[in-house]
Design a binder for this molecule. Structure first.
Ligand SMILES: [Zn+2]
Length: 241
């Protein structure tokens, strides 16, 4: 069984799915994390003169390795939004200010098409509206077959997104895919384990934010929630592991 996680930046997969990935890795699922916008200058907690992409790559390797030693990582080495796009940092989560660029969505969907064949795919719901997350979300809707595509709740943004907004984003994906999505909870180890795993991202978050992200799973009784097609035997199989 193969699963590909689409991670806009080096940390989204671990922030959002540590508990589920750990469970599936332990059950022998072949997991690939596909990182997109990995050339970044964003590292609010790193030493000022550090090589940010190298620091973030190291953090990601350590974190994903502690989730599952066999997890594979592919990175596209694209520039992230503040470096790549003609918008200021404050506008990257402003849905009115900037929409995903058609040529970027095309490019990413082609990359996904090549890499995600024969795999179940988990894409971000793009909660929080970060432009890089919206671009990956839109490309996934275009590239992946309706029955192989599921969605995860982007953290930390999900922690301050209300349930109605999450449901609205899910409904929009359902309309575009033409399938019903249902919420699935993957119970796993305690949130404290997740806190330890994501604490590897020293350059991105402080201890308080690591705790906020990890404790989000308490909302779902110790699970992370994903949204998957209602009538998919392959998704049912992975959820039953
Ligand atoms: Zn991100």
């Amino acid at each position: 069984m193969r699963l590909t996680v689409l991670s806009p930046h080096r940390d989204d997969a671990a922030f959002s799915l540590t508990l589920a990935l750990r469970r599936w890795a332990g059950a022998g699922v072949e997991i690939t994390v596909f990182n997109f916008f990995t050339r970044s200058a964003y590292a609010p907690y790193a030493p000022a003169a550090g090589d940010v992409p190298a620091i973030r790559a190291r953090e990601d390797r350590r974190s994903l390795k502690s989730i599952g030693a066999q997890i594979r990582v592919h990175s596209l080495s694209l520039l992230d939004a503040p470096v790549r796009l003609p918008i200021n940092f404050g506008a990257i989560t402003n849905i009115e200010a900037f929409s995903p660029l058609a040529e970027e969505v095309d490019f990413l969907s082609h990359q996904m098409w090549a890499k995600c064949r024969n795999a179940l795919v988990l894409a971000p719901l793009a909660l929080g509206d970060h432009i890089d997350h919206r671009t990956v979300h839109r490309a996934a809707l275009r590239a992946a077959g309706a029955h192989c595509l599921g969605f995860y709740e982007d953290l930390p943004y999900a922690a301050w997104t209300d349930e109605a907004s999450i449901r609205k984003r899910v409904s929009r994906a359902e309309a575009q895919l033409g399938v019903r999505l249902f919420p699935a909870l993957q119970q796993s180890a305690a949130w404290r384990l997740k806190e330890r795993v994501i604490s590897h991202y020293h350059s991105q978050i402080d201890a308080g934010m690591a705790r906020t992200i990890a404790r989000y799973s308490e909302k779902y009784k110790g699970a992370e929630r994903i949204w998957v097609p209602l009538h998919s035997a392959r998704w049912r199989a992975i959820l039953n592991l």
